[in-house]
Design a binder for this molecule. Structure first.
Ligand SMILES: C[S@@+](CC[C@H](N)C(=O)[O-])C[C@H]1O[C@@H](n2cnc3c(N)ncnc32)[C@H](O)[C@@H]1O
Length: 283
């Protein structure tokens, strides 16, 4: 494998281009359940299109904490296949724009959104969260779930969130954080294989938000609820063995399986955890 292409932004894109959770897998699962794909609804899709820890319940909790209302325009940073963006638009009726680096994720997000008829409320932009192709002060709420871990320059992504949210608007996100310092070998594997370089602590995120002129209103520790969710996800990825091998080959399945086992081990050992932060930009 070309190591140049497997590092930095290229590495992240490659990681998500060959991810076990993907559009084909979602549609196959829905078909296996007997869902008519020609009349798919977001209520049916919601069980498969969320790529974070906790499904739509945690999207609802984040939306509630962020105070998202029907008249808001929300930005979902690192929106993946658009599961949270569609769910929020479907539940609340607000406009949502998703931004993601990985073109295949953006295209899948657009197709899935078209299938469930939400394209009037939900749109997607391809771009880097550290240099968003979006205007200043454009959004009432900026949200994100389990994605900033992939971005080495945390100050840049927090700064961009603070730039595009309106004065007085809300930034709300969840992410993986360090609780106990990793060994050099653990850090190296997280960076090289999980594409998670330079993981932050919850306090570092709070400090960056304050530096960017935002007041942190809530900081919730997600370590305990995430442990069980991550063990379930490991079992779910293992249950996808056949489809992952058929689509990406056995080597990719085995590599991802070993990597995810290592990642979950860092949570069960208490070294990694999660945080949910809600902050308000000053006026
Ligand atoms: C774990 S997925 C989360 C997707 C979505 N938030 C969800 O909950 O379903 C992480 C996403 O972050 C995106 N990503 C990683 N680095 C990025 C960057 N620098 N700018 C924008 N998106 C990025 C990846 O392409 C991927 O789709």
């Amino acid at each position: 494998m070309n190591t140049q292409r497997n590092t930095g932004r290229d590495g992240v894109v490659r990681f998500y281009d060959t991810h076990p959770i993907n559009e084909d897998e979602i549609l196959a699962k829905l078909a296996a359940r007997g869902t008519n794909l020609d009349s798919l609804t977001q209520d049916e899709l919601k069980d498969f299109d969320q790529d974070h820890y906790g499904g739509v319940q945690v999207v609802d909790a984040l939306a509630q904490k962020a105070g998202i209302r029907r008249e808001h325009h929300v930005l979902d940073v690192c929106s993946g296949m658009g599961g949270p963006a569609r769910w929020i638009a479907h539940r609340i009726g607000c406009r949502v724009t998703g931004l993601d680096l990985t073109q295949s994720r953006v295209e899948a997000a657009r197709r899935l959104t078209g299938r469930v008829g939400l394209e009037a409320l939900v749109d997607f932009v391809q771009g880097d969260a550290t240099a968003m192709p979006l205007p200043d002060a454009a959004f009432d709420v900026v949200m994100s779930q389990e994605a900033f871990l992939h971005i080495p320059d945390k100050a840049a992504v927090v700064g961009e969130c603070a730039r595009v949210v309106k004065p007085g608007g809300t930034i709300a996100f969840t992410d993986v954080v360090v609780r106990v310092a990793l060994t050099a070998a653990e850090e190296q594997r997280m960076a090289a294989e999980m594409h998670a370089p330079g993981l932050a602590t919850a306090a570092q995120y709070a400090g960056l938000l304050e530096e960017k002129g935002c007041r942190v209103e809530a900081r919730d520790d997600m370590a305990e609820p995430w442990k069980g969710i991550l063990l379930d996800r490991l079992a779910m990825y293992r249950s996808l063995r056949d489809t992952t091998v058929a689509k990406f080959g056995e080597a990719r399945f085995l590599q991802y399986d070993s990597l995810y086992d290592f990642f979950v081990g860092l949570f069960t050992a208490g070294k990694l955890g999660g945080v949910r932060i809600v902050a308000r930009r000053g006026r």
